[in-house]
Design a protein around this ligand. Structure first.
Ligand code: FES
Length: 69
């Protein structure tokens, strides 16, 4: 996942991925360009949508990084 990329490369993004991909935070919120969003193989799950609703600055092309593979 995108979260794995951040963790495995020791990217120091304060607070990113606080729940370690268990869909209980929204600190991994990313806003994608429309073309990148459209290229993702899967739509967000209901659980991801619920958590996205709590994300700061939600947009039509928002996803949670821990759910992007
Ligand atoms: Fe918490 Fe993605 S890391 S929802």
């Amino acid at each position: 996942t995108l979260l794995d990329v951040v963790v495995n490369n020791d990217l120091n993004i304060e607070g990113y991925g606080a729940c370690e991909g268990t869909l209980t935070c929204s600190t991994c919120h990313v806003i994608l360009k429309q073309e990148d969003y459209d290229r993702l193989p899967e739509e967000p799950s209901d659980e991801e949508r619920d958590m996205l609703d709590l994300a700061y600055g939600l947009t039509d092309t928002s996803r949670l990084g821990c759910q992007i593979t």
